[in-house]
Design a protein around this ligand. Sequence first.
Ligand SMILES: [Mn+2]
Length: 413
Amino acid sequence: MLIIHAADIHLDSPLAGLASRAGERASDLVGATRRAFTALVDHTIDIEASLLLIAGDLYDGDWRDFSTGLFFVSEMARLDRAGIWVGVIKGNHDAENQMTRSLTWPDNVKVFRSDRPETWVLKDLGVAVHGRSFPKRDVTENISLAYPDPAPGLLNIGMLHTAADGRPGHALYAPCSVPELVAKGYDYWALGHVHVRAVLNENPWIVFPGNLQGRHANETGSKGATVLTVDGHEITGVEHITLDVVRWEHIHVDLSGSEEYEDALARVRDALSDAVDTAEGRTLAARLTIGGNTPLHSELAGNLERTRAECLGIAEQVGGDVWLERVVLQTEDVAQTVSTDADAMAELLRTVDEIRSSRDEMSALRDELEHSLTKVPGRVRELADLKEVDDATLQAILEGAEATLRHRLLGVD
Ligand SMILES: [Mn+2]
């Protein structure tokens, strides 16, 4: 028997901030969560799994209309026709009190109650599933402690939306420890909430499958679900399967020692081409960072618009379906930095260094920038990725300004 464990589907997640930058790609990206979910249902049917478990955050939040729910109904109906059961718990994003709309699900779908943990016994499968939905977004107590004892003679699975003992970037909801989960005596803990796949324990299994589809540039790499192979009441295999339809990656290109513009472009092409191979035919959404110590620095940084356009041009040529979410230039030119100290250039570089190393100067710069930005329409700020002037953005702006000035001063004129 096969059981599929998925979590953090975030159906119809709006990919905030991204849609406006993505232009004509936007609908492709926004539709990715649905297409990945369809791939999950296809796979569940193809391998003739008996049970699909969804461990919270099936929805990204309250539905804007009924289309999200109707999509889910149609996918569940396909599983119903194939005789496949589905167990769902609600997480922080789709907690009971976050949802103002609801629909009646097909009979094969079991949604766990939110006021206390309960056990769902699937006699024919020899499985007992224990679970509890989030009643509200911020569940801060350890709800695993009240989960029922294992049912004797059955395979026992606990479904829990939790940050476990804390994971970077994830709110500490329903905290619990691995020893506490182990002590419950279940065979498998089907966790959700943490978007990076993680196997916390193997005997018994305690697994975060990760989210089904990356939603932004910080959710990189292969995404999917976990397949359990069950023999009698014993789990004999736990395997990650890839189901994402858009692959997010951070691509780093090192231009150290590169002296010719054509060579720099060739390195970018190689890196993009490798990433396309890794994406195996999926749309590749990539954040491209170009770094390293190179005499090309001033040329690249001095004309960022061209640098960016060259990268977009390469992306069009590498063979796959590639969208560059952002091009980040982090090159430097050490040789130039230590150049003569008697001229205007040295004065300029010193001034920039002084600003950079002074907390007061940096905060004055930030204030000035933020003041100027108040005159820019919100949508334009979003497009320019300047909604928030954080430290990294400020540094990047300063470096860009330095490179531009340097390029102008050293330029052929
Ligand atoms: Mn969550």
